[in-house]
Design a protein around this ligand. Sequence first.
Ligand SMILES: Cc1cc2nc3c(=O)[nH]c(=O)nc-3n(C[C@H](O)[C@H](O)[C@H](O)COP(=O)(O)OP(=O)(O)OC[C@H]3O[C@@H](n4cnc5c(N)ncnc54)[C@H](O)[C@@H]3O)c2cc1C
Length: 335
Amino acid sequence: MTSIAIIGAGLSGLTAAKILEGYANITIFEKSRGVSGRMSTRRSEAYSFDHGAQYFKVKSDEFKEFITPMILDGTIKTWDARLVEFKNRQLTERQKWKQSDPYYVGVPGMNSIAKHLAKDLSVCLNVCVKTLKKNNNKWQLKDGSDKPLGEYDWVISTIPPEQALKVLPESIPFVEKISDFKMKSCFALMLGFKKILPLEFDAAVVHGEDISWISVDNSKPGRNKNFSLLVHSTNQWADEHFEDNREQLIELLRNQTSKVINCDLNNATHQVIHGWRYANIEKRSGETHYLDNNQNIAVCGDWFIQGRVESAFISGFEMATNLLNSLNLGEKNGE
Ligand SMILES: Cc1cc2nc3c(=O)[nH]c(=O)nc-3n(C[C@H](O)[C@H](O)[C@H](O)COP(=O)(O)OP(=O)(O)OC[C@H]3O[C@@H](n4cnc5c(N)ncnc54)[C@H](O)[C@@H]3O)c2cc1C
């Protein structure tokens, strides 16, 4: 069977693995201690936070079909949040998210989706792929201490462009094009409270501030009941402050959030910040992935399309479908 190494266990990598599963031997390498990538959930003893993707929408039939089994078994549910907007620190708009255009979340955390997809896949966690080298028509992968990670017929990279440029050999024809993609940063401030705050919303889009989003994370279905607030900074503010002292950043974002929602947040018992260096990319059109049939290598990820969960799916799905066709792999194993 054709052997394929996939670098990254976010949604695009796991989607590709699910499509190729049974047609090829798949090994996934993930540098973190869990799967999910930017659809992760951070848990402490008392609180849990989706500190990356907050929810997702479904437009394409392919994505709808892909997630339907997870809707049926309860891994994915709708989040019927009370949504508001803040402009000039005034609450300007309220709407109940529509049943006809659902906002989906993983249950009990956003990372439940990736965990579900990874269940029967071979995923090597805590392994950061550092180099790729071609030897006798096979790709040799190594980690940071030069430890060999095996030899594969194909490699699929699903990691953000800035990181991919450090790993992929310059000899691959599409590598030069990857330097056109620039991702932006984002900070996620996680605040946990002993008491429920009397807020009039579950989620708020914020305009004209250094913060862009506030959500009551425990208002999502199946969450821990302890009151938790998740705040995202704007991309621009994160890019400007990425190297700053984290304690100061917590204070700045927390104080600004207090002012926007007119509620003192100093008494949060849990205050943690996470910096997403490569958080998202603006919408773009063009190819959804790159695939090179001569060198047996492909790249995909949300960054080909937009910083959205569905974009990660589409990129992984189209790349894997294209690869299946070009490899002409025939019958699925066991069918
Ligand atoms: C703060 C934030 C808020 C967001 N909000 C939303 C939202 O509300 N709605 C929405 O639809 N989308 C949202 N998104 C976007 C959404 O999370 C992404 O589009 C999607 O999760 C990207 O999936 P991916 O598989 O393309 O990449 P990733 O999830 O980034 O997966 C790449 C994986 O590769 C791993 N990796 C990197 N380098 C290596 C290496 N060298 N070796 C091994 N593994 C490696 C990483 O650890 C990661 O797990 C948000 C993203 C962020 C950061």
